[in-house]
Write a new protein. Sequence first.
Length: 394
Amino acid sequence: MSIILHILIPFVVSLLAAIWIYPKVLRIALLKDIVDNPNARKLQRIPVPVLGGVAVMFGILVSLSVCRMFYDCSGLFTIMLAMLVMLYVGTIDDVIELSAGSRFLIEILLVLMLISTCGYSINDFHGLWGINNLPACLSIPLTVLSVVGIINAINLIDGVDGYSSGYSIMACSIFGFFFYLAGDVNMVMLASVCVASLLPFFFHNVFGRTSKMFIGDGGTLVIGIVMSIFVLNILKSETYCVYYDSWGLGLVPFTLSVMSIPVFDTIRVMSMRILRGTSPFHPDKTHLHHLFISMGFSHIGTTVSILLLNLLVFFSWYGVYKAGCTINVQFYVCVAMSLLVTFGFYGLMRLCQRRRYALWDIMCTLGKISHVERKGIFLWLQRLMDGKNPPLQE
């Protein structure tokens, strides 16, 4: 069967399932008061339901279960189990707030399970610095560190409407296209159903008012493990190495370019906290999305701006790859651009704010422009998303 059908059928089933379940999950969250309450650090002003991840996961599971009747999805069973564990852990965290230590322990054990049962590990640098196969004593700790880092990087970008879901849609689309070229049907299906399940949530999150729901830790941990699986599947598989070696495509810089903003912004935030003498896990308002909000950008303006920065890194890598540069050069360009759009951009704008340079005023003007009045198509989308949902409590 055409690989196109491996994309379209799972996509449609997942989309319809997510659309159907969303209002029901929203109703449960409101009835049981499972909400994210505002505080000094958070950007919302009213309590918002926080079970969006359940709706997203429902769409993914229904689609993969239905498709199992037509395609061989057995290779995704362990991945689905890992996603369910992350959903369970994240949803508990949304309701009763688990300690950081407990979450990290569960994530580490989950990664070790994936290594032992599926052989997922970063055990090959695919020619970067002339390194190929890595011994287990290096690949296992590197895999644990990378996966736990990716999961929590995705979790930490959930700060403004549409950001985490918008980024995840973009990243899944890029990874899905990569897997499509490589002919990996299972990974194409997984990317397809993730995009489809996230789309209804994204539109409700961005355009809805009474139907707005946050994806919560349950959702971000699920998407985090999916992104980790994509990265591990690329870096551990000899198939991809053989397929892309003749093209001169660097697999490590490719995955890093897609994950650029979440990974490097998390490194920046945590390193700055450590330098200030505070815990790297102590929440604050120093993420890149907080910077855009402080410049007056709307939530959707912030989301679009950060996604464009991430795409800038991705296309910078793609440009040097198409120019025939070596894998090492691709990696250095990717890292340099990632540092530029996270460390460099954040530091420059805060300097401009303190010194009242003109660039800060220009960015604030752009921030004002990003606020779009809810009329025309935006009002139509809001009414379509909200339907007959009860109003959120002011």
